[in-house]
Write a protein that binds this ligand. Structure first.
Ligand code: AMP
Ligand code: MG
Length: 408
């Protein structure tokens, strides 16, 4: 097991240990946000037939050149119709947007370019060019063409595209199932007034939300008291139901911190414990077969930061997402900060663009790892690397947007 490693080393270990989950067929809506695991081929032409782009009149080639001209209306085609009509010189067919055009249609003239002379005679005042306002079959997608390639993330319009190409379900990687176990005798899990010495559980609800936000499937949030047998029992249960198991609390060196000991006894192969970072130093990570097991430090900010830095990438890897490290952006730091040399600091920040368009960042205030309000106010994490000693106002630093922040 590695210990006192850097965040980059921790990422590398997690990346090396975790394998993508098997693929499954998912309905389109269930596939939202997931990564496509097959190339998708168009089953049919889109649009499937030549159709009108306007409400207007379909004309044949013989009438194209002369405008103004008066034409006899010989029929009407609505969207959804299957007309067996043919156009002849001097006649036209009234047609609606999306309706199939007659076979020998040369163009569609929009209603706005015409004037009715009688109920069945229309005056064309402006002539469309050949082919104008006719949407050709296969213009969007040709049958047999690749619609989307393996690996893309499925967005709402991507799902719409799949549907138009004739697909109702697609192959994506399975969603990781995640169990959370919050540990601590001090945690009061019920509602109602707090008994003396107890605190409310922050990490259970926050981690559950982070799991959901990262695209995982939350199996359960359990509580274990600081009791070895109880912690072991929760781990055993979690190993039966999940791909990722998150413990919060009990991974440090206190007298009642049993989590790592229980991991080892249960056969979890621990790959690291302790990362040269603040917050979240006592982070622990191991594998039990293909299942990933994290011991997140109990302080709410540590738990939150460790999830975003390590658990989210692990879940992405399980879901076959490309992940090449945190996505960093340069920003001007607007205040001097205290920093411990040798540790990578993750500071909760608020970043925005100044009048010149330059990204600038401030902290959310005091940064102790028990001050949860510092996390709730943040839109980014400021990365202060290990070697940095005295971050000063005006210097450039790296920031990473939090997933729920809309980047400026
Ligand atoms: P631990 O990692 O168990 O030593 O916990 C570190 C600190 O985080 C202690 O002050 C705990 O009371 C607190 N803590 C642990 N778990 C939670 C939790 N689920 N919600 C809020 N605070 C917690
Ligand atoms: Mg504890």
């Amino acid at each position: 097991m590695e210990t006192f490693i850097t965040p980059a080393e921790a990422h590398a270990i997690i990346h090396a240990q975790i394998r993508t989950l098997p693929t499954v067929k998912a309905t389109l809506l269930a596939a939202l946000g997931r990564f496509l695991q097959e190339d998708i081929i168009a089953q049919e032409d889109v649009p499937p037939f030549d159709n009108s782009a306007m409400d207007g009149f379909a004309l044949c080639v013989a009438d194209l050149s002369a405008a103004p001209v008066t034409l006899k209306i010989t029929g009407e085609i609505a969207a959804g119709d299957t007309p067996a009509m043919s156009l002849t010189q001097g006649s036209c067919v009234r047609i609606m947007t999306g309706a199939p055009v007659p076979d020998n249609t040369a163009a569609v003239v929009p209603v706005e370019w015409t004037r009715m002379e009688t109920d069945s005679d229309v005056r064309v005042t402006r002539m469309p060019a050949a082919g104008q306002f006719v949407r050709a079959a296969g213009r969007d997608l040709r049958r047999g063409a690749t619609v989307l390639e393996k690996g893309v993330r499925l967005t709402p319009p991507a799902l719409g595209l799949l549907a138009t190409a004739g697909h109702r379900s697609v192959r994506v990687s399975a969603v990781p199932r995640v169990t959370i176990v919050v540990t601590g005798d001090e945690l009061f899990m019920e509602s109602g007034s707090l008994p003396p010495g107890k605190i409310r559980d922050a990490n259970g609800p926050a981690l559950a939300a982070q799991v959901q936000y990262a695209g995982g499937s939350l199996v359960a949030v359990h509580h274990a008291r600081d009791d070895k047998a109880e912690v072991a029992d929760r781990l055993d249960q979690a190993l039966h139901e999940s791909d990722v198991i998150l413990f919060s609390g009990g991974v440090s060196v206190g007298n009642f911190d049993y989590v790592n000991e229980v991991f080892d006894a249960a056969g979890v192969k621990r790959h690291f414990w302790r990362v040269k970072q603040r917050p979240g130093g006592p982070l622990s990570f191991g594998m039990c077969g293909a299942q990933a097991v994290f011991g997140l430090p109990g302080n709410p900010v540590s738990s939150f930061v460790c999830f975003e830095q390590y658990v989210r990438p692990a879940m992405q890897r399980l879901m076959a997402a490309q992940w090449t490290g945190p996505e960093l952006h340069r920003a001007v730091l607007r205040e001097a900060l205290a920093k411990t040399k040798g540790l990578h600091h993750f500071i909760r920040g608020i970043a925005c663009r100044d009048v010149a368009g330059q990204l600038e960042v401030r902290t959310t205030g005091p940064q102790a790892s028990n001050l949860y309000s510092s996390a709730a106010a943040a839109n980014c994490l400021i990365h202060l690397p290990q070697e940095l000693e005295h971050p000063f106002a005006g210097q450039e630093v790296d920031i990473e947007w939090l997933p729920w922040a809309v980047p400026y």
